[in-house]
Design a protein around this ligand. Structure first.
Ligand SMILES: Cc1cc2nc3c(=O)[nH]c(=O)nc-3n(C[C@H](O)[C@H](O)[C@H](O)COP(=O)(O)O)c2cc1C
Length: 195
């Protein structure tokens, strides 16, 4: 008998970089199995590049409606609504996080409320400054974040001449911190939202 896996409890791992040449997708492929093992949940990677959301084009702000005008908004809404938790994998750009990721966040409102979430940032200096900005936004919207973010420092020589990571596993290094964060996220998923 074929099993319906569509609505199985799962985590959505959002790839926050949309550049045509990037490393976010390579890191996501390394991180997903660690999160799956430590949360006990299936991890589904959602790449903002595939989602291809235009600059916010809903006529009514999400906080005031759940009747979206556009099919792309309804698709994104369903992805977030169906997820047991969200992991934001974000690069650091100019001390912040990518505009494309902020755009995707602004599309929705109620879907985010009470949603367990983890921030994993990366960059030459680990991406902590961008993660702090993202945390402020996500807390404002009402997600339930793990106490600690994960910040991955990528060495300059981890990149090949093509702008991609030569060896993503080596670039990522020790995954103990991601495993700890996965366990913390799993605990948030199990804990009922208060209020
Ligand atoms: C527009 C832009 C701004 C950047 N600013 C920072 C920065 O402020 N701090 C940092 O550590 N790295 C910075 N970087 C380096 C990125 O973190 C690094 O290139 C990373 O690989 C970007 O992720 P991506 O390849 O998945 O897009 C910047 C890169 C870009 C493209």
């Amino acid at each position: 008998m074929t099993q319906n896996t569509e609505n199985r409890p799962h985590i959505v791992l959002v790839v926050g970089s949309t550049r045509p040449v990037r490393v976010g997708d390579q890191l996501a492929a390394q991180i997903a199995p660690v999160l799956a093992e430590t949360t006990g949940l299936e991890v589904r990677t959602v790449d903002l590049t595939d989602l291809a959301l235009p600059l916010l084009d809903e006529p009514v702000m999400a906080a005031a409606t759940d009747d979206y005008a556009n099919a792309h908004t309804r698709e994104w809404s369903r992805i977030v609504r169906d997820a047991a938790a969200i992991v934001f994998l974000t690069p650091q750009y100019n001390f912040g996080y990518p505009g494309g990721l902020k755009n995707a966040i602004d599309y929705l409102y109620a879907e985010w409320q009470g949603k367990p979430a983890l921030i994993i940032s990366y960059g030459g200096r680990g991406g902590g400054a961008g993660a702090a900005q993202l945390r402020a936004v996500l807390e404002f919207i009402g997600l339930r974040l793990t106490d600690d973010d994960v910040a991955i420092t990528l060495a300059r020589d981890a990149y090949g001449p093509d702008g991609r990571l030569v060896d993503p596993a080596t670039a990522l290094g020790d995954t103990a911190e991601i495993a700890d964060a996965g366990r913390a996220l799993g605990a948030l998923v199990s804990a009922p939202a208060v209020g």
